[in-house]
Every structure is written in structure tokens, then in C-alpha cells.
Design a protein around this ligand. Sequence first.
Ligand code: ATP
Ligand code: SF4
Ligand code: MG
Length: 325
Amino acid sequence: SANTLEVRGLTVHYRTLFATIKAVNKVSFDVPKGSIVGLIGESGSGKSTLAQSLVLPKPPMHIVDGSAVLNGDIDLVKIGPALRRKILLKKVSIIPQYVLDALPVIRKLRVFLHDLAVEKDVDPKELEKIFVERLNMMNLPEKVLDMYPLELSGGMRQRVAIAIATLFNPSLLIADEPTSALDVVSQRYVLELLKDLRDSGIVESILIISHDISSIRQIADRIVVMYGGKIVEEGPIDEIISNPLHPYTKMLIKAIPPKGVHYTTTRLEGVKGVPPNLAAPLPGCVFHPRCPYAVKRCFTDEPPVVTLANGRRVSCWLYYEVRKE
Ligand code: ATP
Ligand code: SF4
Ligand code: MG
């Protein structure tokens, strides 16, 4: 397969006592071999749900439909717990949004690594050696081995999580908002590190999640834009930034501050309006309440996905019309 990951029609709900939240709705996209794909969208658009459903779906999360095939043969959303345990870290790894979720709390890293080696049935000495190699690569001192993750700074903790997630050279690394809690210097460092891991072949491909296109621009090849649990636009990052097609993406790109302007000192305008209620989705296009271009059919009919030149896809009635003419 030319793709590390092929997601098709993935639909994920949370079933709670009070509501069914349709967090991910018929999502399809590829992570091509050797690529870094950015998954972009505002808070609550379903990014983390999508990521977690690939790695460790657990109640109240339910996968309702679809598939997510890794390396052309393993469907990540259908495998049982035994196979899942076997491939986690080895074939697919996640650095979760709350990075401490991936790190030991009451064990020193040396002890954690030893237990992990036993669990994964590899030589503990060998695994520690690989971990030390990763520490060197990430500019972290070896004494980290005898520390608790809580003793580390945010930037160091993020790097340790990356070191652990890549110990077994997984095909796919998923990094959920790996830079959002870091200062600008650490952000840049972590992004370069992820790129180095891909360039050196330690990981084959990366799916990096962010609410901010400009922050992942330096490393992503392609982006997938999510809105209200759906993919609204997908394609090569430079083309999308220079010529966004979907009205939501247009608004996102407009909100990027000009080069040299600092995030911390400039308030981002963001996209005006209220996010959709995923417990009671409206008919028609998911973006219609906030869309300045909405026409009548946008209120009643879901727009189809239109495939354009250069591997671009967009889900909006405007382009359906253009293609027909
Ligand atoms: P953020 O940028 O804030 O991390 P996100 O794009 O990662 O947002 P998700 O965390 O995937 O968004 O949430 C998608 C939707 O699912 C939201 O409406 C959220 O409230 C809901 N949700 C997330 N986790 C649960 C849960 N455990 N139970 C019920 N609903 C949930
Ligand atoms: Fe706007 Fe209609 Fe396109 Fe949706 S389908 S983004 S409402 S123009
Ligand atoms: Mg999230």
C-alpha cells in the first residue's frame, strides 16, 4: 500500500446518559507513506476523538462505522484487545493531548522502561539503550532515566513522551497538539524533532493534530481540515494556505497573523460564530450557520465531497457547481 493509513467513512459517537454526541462523522482521508499530515480544526471539532478511536477506543466512545487500515492490512478500528496491545507502540503510537497520560506517574522512567520491555517481550537492556539514543537525539541528559516525569519541564516532558512513543519505530506516530502547551522556542524544537524522526525513518509517517495551521506549516506536507466532526477540505498545505477553497478554511487562513507578529502579543480574530451542537446536528451543510456564502440548498442538503486537481478535496456546494459548469 502507498499509504501508511487509509481512513474510510469513520464515524465515532459518544453515548452518554443524556445524549449521543456525533463527534466524528463519515471521515475519509489518507496518510501517504513518508508524509506528515496535519489535522486542523477548532476546539470540539473531533480531532482527539478521531485520534483516540484509532489507538484505544473505549466507552463512552463507540465506533459506529468505517475503517482505518494501517500498512494495508490491519484495520485499527476492528481489531481485538490482544492484537491491539501487540501493535500499540510497535506499529502505531500516540502522544496524547495531555502528555502525562502517556507517562508514568509513580515510577521513575528507568523502572517504567523495564516494565515496558517485559510487557513487550524485548530485552530490557536493549530497550534502555534505544531510549538513551533517543535522549541524545533530543538533547536530553541521561539522568532523566532516574527522574519522575512530574519533575520535568513541559518541553522536556513532551520530548520524553516522543522518545517513548518512538522506541519501537512505529509506522504511524500520532501527535495530538504536541506544541500547544509550550513556549515558542520549545514549539519549534519539538516540530523539528518530529520532522527529524520522519526524515531518519524512525517513524514512517506522522499525523499531527493542531488547532493552528501556521504552527505546523514548517513540517506538514498535507492538511486535513475538520469542522463539526467532518472533513471540509484536504490537500497539500502550501496550496491550501495560498488558495483555501472551503469558506471555513478561508476564514482560518485569514486569521493567521502576518509573519513576524507574535501570537502572545496579538489577539487572533478567529472564526466568528458558535460551533455546531454535535448532539443535535442541523440538516444540510455543517458550516451553514456561520457561512457567509450559504445558499438555499446548504440549509437542507449535505454537500458532496468534490475531488479537484492536485489531490485536493473539498466538501462545499460552491465547488459542486463550479465542476458542473
Ligand atoms: P480540542 O481542540 O479542544 O482538543 P478536539 O477537536 O480534540 O478539541 P474532541 O475532544 O475530539 O475535540 O471532542 C469532540 C466532541 O466530543 C466535543 O463536542 C466534545 O465535547 C465531545 N467529547 C469528547 N470527549 C467526550 C466524552 N468522553 N464524553 C462525551 N463527549 C465527549
Ligand atoms: Fe457554505 Fe454552503 Fe459551502 Fe457549506 S456548502 S460551506 S454553507 S457555501
Ligand atoms: Mg483535542
